[in-house]
Design a binder for this molecule. Sequence first.
Ligand SMILES: [Ca+2]
Ligand SMILES: [Ca+2]
Ligand SMILES: [Ca+2]
Ligand SMILES: [Ca+2]
Length: 531
Amino acid sequence: MGRFGAGASDDIWNESGCVVMKVTVILFMVVFIFWGYVVPCQAQKTVEILVVLNPEAVLRPIPRGVISLHRIPGSRIVRMDVSKDCIEEVIRELKEQKGVQSVERSRTGRFESSPGLEGLEDSDWYKEIDGEEIERLSPGTGVVVAVIDTGIDLQDSEFSSRAFVNSGEIAGDVIDNDGNGYVDDWRGWDMGDDDNDPQDENGHGTEVTSVILSLAPDCRVLPIKINQGASDTFSTADLVEGIYYAISLGARVINLSLTVDKDSEAVSLAIRAAYDAGAIVVGAAGNDPGLVEFPGSMDEVIAVGGLYGDSPAWFSPHGPEMELMAPGVAIQLISLGGVEVHASGTSFSCAMVSGTAVDLLGMNPHLKNATVRSLLDSGARDLGDPGRDDIYGEGALDGRILFNVSAPHITLPSRPFYIFSRDIPISVSIHIPPTDTPSAVYIGVLSPDNTLWWLDGSGNWHDSDQDPLSPIAWLKPPSESIDGVLFGKNGVFEAFNPAGLPSGFYQWGIAMTDEEQRLLGPVTWAYMLLF
Ligand SMILES: [Ca+2]
Ligand SMILES: [Ca+2]
Ligand SMILES: [Ca+2]
Ligand SMILES: [Ca+2]
């Protein structure tokens, strides 16, 4: 009986000496093995569940009926394939375990786009949101945005040249060089098919990415494919794993152009982890005119609804969780094979906000996610009832307002400013956005003879040919922003009196740098003509 193991059992067999008994037991065990591990546990008859463990806890014992399990790297969530016939029992057993916080079935979610509708004119979305002003903030250079979707078209050089490259991974050596749990994930991962090629077969992920790249052409897109093959749907298990994967590779922005029909503890935990890691999470509000759908409904997610002109699109949801609006009807997109298509949905509204968040980070990589979010909110154009409301949230994405809120700038009394009387002091207002890091502010004027004069903290002007450029002020968090009058009444300096200055064209400039003297945002100019 050695093959059955235990010596103690052998003694019992030897004592009983009963051959019939032995045969019965062997038969019973064969039947047991057959019943328990083969019949109900065929691969096609499994259900996937997500088990959230308590911090530091381990799973013990593994209930019978669990076919395979896998802990999501970087998380306390275990994915389990369970025999369908044992599912209720396994869930009950797991819930009774001390180390288990929650157990849920993996659900099916969907991507939030629908075909463009006939008879509708294409939306000139780039113009509607003033994309040029958004791109003035920055082209999003080097900012990593995770697109958790159907993958991207890596066969198209427009996309592959902007795809994230995992510098910690050597491609093709069948080794997980960076030890993140994924072998040869040199440019993202395909969670749905469990391979290292997140090539889009559906089109949705590519279309969403085309919107992001229209606004942030120099960013790096981390494709995380969560559907199987060309499917229109995905499992929440792959979504959860995709979010942790995005965190592990340092994504600053996570685009979720998708919804799930029911709240999920595992998805919530993953999104909270992403937010705590500093990521900006942007989500489609959904294409159902009810309430904002999950996970857009989470506090940590910026829920984006769809506009048709300045009205909510017929499919755009509402509710206190709605945060921003962006065009969502008949959006021009690039799909698989570089083909131009038109589609509608909050998927694309969401991508517009993600692309804008990328540009804000490209302007100032020190900005925290909460700061980027508050800039996006205060840079929105109010619609509907005054202030935040349940239909439009904070309002419509608007590049011009956002630029004024987010970038340092000087405002002269009018643009361009003509001064005819030299007796009137000039009132100039300046705006310095929050910086989240110690930053230097420079103010200069280019005079008609092309000399750059800069202003020091005591209100004196210096010729930059004689004195090297110095900041007017150093900002240190938490006093991160200045919004006030530079000259004139109530200004921080004495009235700037143009008496004695030569006639001509003056250019006022303002700039900000971090401690390493890297420019934070654009140098913005204001123009003045003195007669
Ligand atoms: Ca790896
Ligand atoms: Ca490798
Ligand atoms: Ca694949
Ligand atoms: Ca409003």
